[in-house]
Design a protein around this ligand. Sequence first.
Ligand SMILES: *Cc1c(COP(=O)(O)O)cnc(C)c1O
Length: 640
Amino acid sequence: MWIAEDSIELFGIENWGNGYFSINDKGNLIILPDKNPSLIIDSMELIEEIESSKDLEFPVLFRFPQIFENRITEINDAFHCAMEEFRYNGQYRPIFPMKVNQRKEVIEYILKYGAKYNIGLEVGTKAELLAALSLGPPKEALVICNGYKDEDYLRLALSINNVNNIIIVVDLFEEIFDILRYSRQMGVTPRIGMRMKLFSRGSGRWVESGGESAKFGLSTSEALELMKLLGENGLIESLKMIHFHIGSQITDIRMIKNAMNEAARIYAKVRKIAKVEYLNVGGGLSVDYNGSNTSTPSSANYTLQEYANDVVYTIQKICEEEDVQHPIIVSESGRAIAAYHSMLIFKIIGKKNAKDLFLRIPSQDDPIQIEDLCCAFREMNIENYKEHYHDALQYRDELYDSFNLGNIGLEERAKGETLFWMVCKKAASFAKQDGDESEEFQELKKLVSQKYIGNFSLFQSVPDMWGVGQIFPTMPLHRLKEMPCEHGTIVDLTCDSDGEIKRYTGDSEGREQLDMHPLIDGEDYYVGIFLLGAYQDTLGDFHNLLGCAHEVHIMAEGSDWYICQKVEGDTCRKLLDFFNYDTKDYIWEIMDRCVERKQFIDKKELDQVEAQLNRTLNGYTYFITKTKTQGAAKRIGGSI
Ligand SMILES: *Cc1c(COP(=O)(O)O)cnc(C)c1O
């Protein structure tokens, strides 16, 4: 018998879920926003609620604001715990870097739940600074300005210097001249940070962000020159922060220790020249997406507590050695704060590769290869399957050759294709029994595996899966007390062959296939992609003009829950507008063209065109599986 625990193990939920996900005794995936069974959300109850309210279609992105609260608290607690253990004489301040997720609602949740820890924001562009300011962070909360800074960026930051706790980080040496000039002109005393280029590099996918050739940061001589300049201008007190960032998703704890050592040493030396208050250790705290607990790119070989311990211990040790005051430690762990809070839910709308659906009965006049294929199928067994499979490959090639030469027709081609697929499927099943792991049979397995069509866009919702081959946990959300006896891969709605989930959780490399349940006619099958909260929301693109998905934000209250916010996704109209198609007069232009081209078009025909244009323009960009009566085909303007 298959029980929920078997699914938990099969899909590796406990390895990647970090305590936020599990399966209940109904076989449904559940969410535990504070890792505690006193707060539980049953994903299928939620899905039913959305289906029955009929105002939103799938795909839908779920956000769980309480997961932010838990993440921020855990990170904060980890640092406090380490500070206590190592008798650290300083404080800790968490920062959320805006580039990880700029959505307004997300930043609002982070500011709300992070307020008790004095959470601040880090911005990298003018627009991010404007966005941060619009949400009115508390006066004490740090707002750290990074990135390339032009006059507007610097003047904006300086102008609000006195009402916010702004720190302008010098990422490029030349910026200091502008900062000095504008602050003199504006009569403000700037608070300055200095981003250091470390010799230590990160590890994993974003290793280029660190090291000597990194894009940002000052060399040692630039740092000395900067301090000299500040001193000459009577502004040495303005230097408040030493900053570094060796890259995101640092998978190997040794890299963190090395960088921390170097940075703490730099802090200590600088501290003897200027009274810097903060040591900002940047981001990089990893998320174990595939649950393998290794230093492979989608994972991490350390825990949050180990990270905090290493940061605090190293800084404290070096400060003692150098006999300088312990700095306020600032960290900018964006990924670790945001990744877990959201998941995408979509339905499977079909299956490809059902090539043996229309078996045609072979006849006397068929070419010899068809008979050979029949033979191969009939006589195949575990002893001889390889041989028959190789033969079948040849028969198939011969058949296509004859078709291309015009010797056989469509009928024969169809028979040959179907038989070939039947041979492949049979061979694949023998290979599995036989434990054949050869490359050839891996290929065959892929050839005969199912492709499930998911109603979502990988490019819009999971861009890092496409861009950098990152693994995101993907699994069905229900029927998890049933043994999943099918397997295959999931393809998305785009017409792009890259729109396919190619790796699934299970082992450190990722499995090539997902275990699935057989689809049942007339019943929806829901799949979730997890851990989408970091970077995916704004990196996503509009491939094939598929837009943002609807969003539902859910709060748990005991074993109950409620929807606290709905954010509608994009309509086709919004996408067209975004790409400069003016949709204001769209309908009238098309209708005018109808009238022009067909002089005696009747009113009924025109009405149909108008209604359908309206409906499609104002509808969701994704595949709509149910027809609604309300809200559809509302006419705009008068009739002709
Ligand atoms: C991107 C970035 C971060 C966030 O890094 P994570 O690995 O997501 O925590 C932090 N600080 C700076 C300066 C960054 O550019």
